[in-house]
Design a protein around this ligand. Structure first.
Ligand code: ARG
Length: 297
């Protein structure tokens, strides 16, 4: 807003005045951490000797689900499977765009059975068009969907060939980004879409070439520092306005607020012991033409 002579009101940050952030109602798939545990180590966050507190993890997960429901989103649940302690990380289960499902094919044998479990659920719940991927990929852990493009990570889990396979199946341009820091082994640990064609990311997680690509595509991006990245602050979920984010990411939370977003802090410290945060626990189901999904909140 402006004063009569057209100047900005004193104290109002220009970017905050410009920001008109609109939330869209989302449909998420989640998996209760009933069998959650840290029993193997497939990323640097996991320490089987230290383990994790299952009851605490369950309470934190329930609060995450409650936060989505309070924001007006729809949350569906897939039954957890015994012997799959990482199944709570629904983001890795598939990539769902325009009603089509690009199935996950996990890099590590410990998680291999999760791919078919998620594919089966999706087939039985309104998403019959499932591609069984020929190439290793960990679903929305490494594929992040924007309106015009899909950003895809490689370097630790998802094969480059899967980027091409997903592009061909989904008919959306897929932009490859190379991850270089093992702590940020999935793209969704280093970057999240903000809506409006913008993203937030931690530059240190990417190769020099990929950093240059990000700068070119997103000159207005929200940049996070090492401290926010190290608490998995980039593993956040934005509906266009609200950002469900690890509470410890104080710097990033402040930046988001100044940029006109509404941070919704959550505590997922117990799930972080497996290397996961809010986004890891959340698979977005993007239908082709469901009117209630397109309606603003
Ligand atoms: N322990 C799991 C793994 O290493 C964590 C997965 C986190 N999910 C994610 N979308 N980043 O595979």
């Amino acid at each position: 807003s402006t004063v009569p002579d057209g100047r900005l009101l004193p104290g109002a940050a220009p970017e905050a005045v410009r920001a008109e952030r609109v939330a869209l109602r989302r449909h998420y798939l989640m998996c209760r951490p009933e069998h959650f545990a840290v029993t193997y180590a497939i990323n640097p966050w996991m320490d089987p000797a230290a383990g994790a507190d299952a009851a605490r993890a369950a309470a934190q997960w329930e609060a995450l689900r409650a936060a989505y429901l309070a924001l007006g989103h729809r949350v569906s649940l897939i039954d957890p499977v015994e012997g799959l302690p990482d199944m709570v990380f629904a983001a890795n289960g598939a990539l769902v765009v325009g009603g089509r499902v690009y199935g996950a094919r996990f890099a590590h044998p410990e998680r291999a059975a999760e791919g078919p479990a998620y594919a089966d659920w999706l087939r039985r719940n309104g998403f019959p068009d499932v591609l069984e991927a020929a190439h290793t990929n960990e679903g929305e852990g490494d594929f992040l969907v924007l309106d015009e493009v899909i950003l895809a990570g490689t370097g630790f889990r998802t094969d480059l060939a899967a980027h091409q396979e997903a592009q061909e199946f989904l008919g959306r341009p897929v932009v490859t980004l190379r991850l270089v820091d093992p702590r940020f082994y999935h793209l969704d640990t280093a970057l999240f879409p903000l809506g409006g064609g913008n993203v937030a990311y931690y530059p240190g997680a990417f190769s020099p070439g990929s950093r240059a690509v990000l700068e070119r595509l997103f000159p207005d991006a929200v940049l996070a520092g090492a401290r926010d990245a190290e608490v998995l602050g980039l593993n956040a979920v934005c509906d266009g306005r609200n950002v469900v984010i690890n509470a410890e990411a104080a710097g990033l939370i402040g930046t988001l607020r100044r940029r006109g977003y509404e941070p919704v802090p959550v505590d997922l410290s117990e799930l972080r012991k497996a290397g996961g945060g809010p986004k890891c626990c959340t698979l977005e189901l993007r239908a082709s033409a469901a009117p209630d999904l397109a309606a603003g909140l």
